[in-house]
Design a protein around this ligand. Sequence first.
Ligand code: GLP
Length: 241
Amino acid sequence: MKIYAANDYKQMSRQAANILSAHVILKPDCVLGLATGSTPIGMYKQLVDWYNKGDLDFSQVKSVNLDEYVGLAPTHDQSYRYFMQTNLFDHVNIDPANTNVPNGLAEDPEAECRRYNQVIRDLGGIDVQVLGMGHNGHIGFNEPEEAFELETHVVNLTESTIRANARFFASEDEVPKKAMTMGIKSIMQARQILVVVSGEDKADIVKRAFTGPVTPNVPASILQMHPNVVLVGDKAALSKL
Ligand code: GLP
């Protein structure tokens, strides 16, 4: 694993954006695995900046997002599709047809998960998967479990995740209780993993994930088994490593 320690959030975002840019430049039709959450927002901003300066071309890039809430419309301001549109897709020349996020309104979420697995397969796998990390070690919405779930599946969100995400909704009651997420196998098959972490509140889980035992109780710990992980974090998040 390669670790890049940045002084602050801004530098972390720039470093992560540099790594994604390298993929886009070296392989113009690369498949980017994208993530939501507050951590990667600065990275997307930086990519938009470089796009505006003419340094990046997304016209052939394909993207596949990790997860989506069950029950939220793509236009809902807390849906992950909306997040991707407003933070990246609407500001660069990516072809909308090349962007993939699970459909939160699918009538049959299980069938939607199966469709999504096929989408990932048809793309020929993911070149680089961006991951943030939840405080309980969740990646995408793979919550701590008895066993690793392999492919895209429907999950019941844990109390702690619902509480953490409640800040984005009018009340805790409005936070969806279920989500669809890529599984651990889909994530682990990405050719490179780019983990972004920021803030002191992530320091404990970063330590557990990268130096503790590999266990489905800390889903991110499986990343220790991946041959090509790049961890980009600010000093605060990496302080306990
Ligand atoms: C959400 C997302 C994850 C994300 C995590 C951490 O639950 N499903 O993909 O990594 O939260 O978010 P943040 O970066 O806001 O701490």
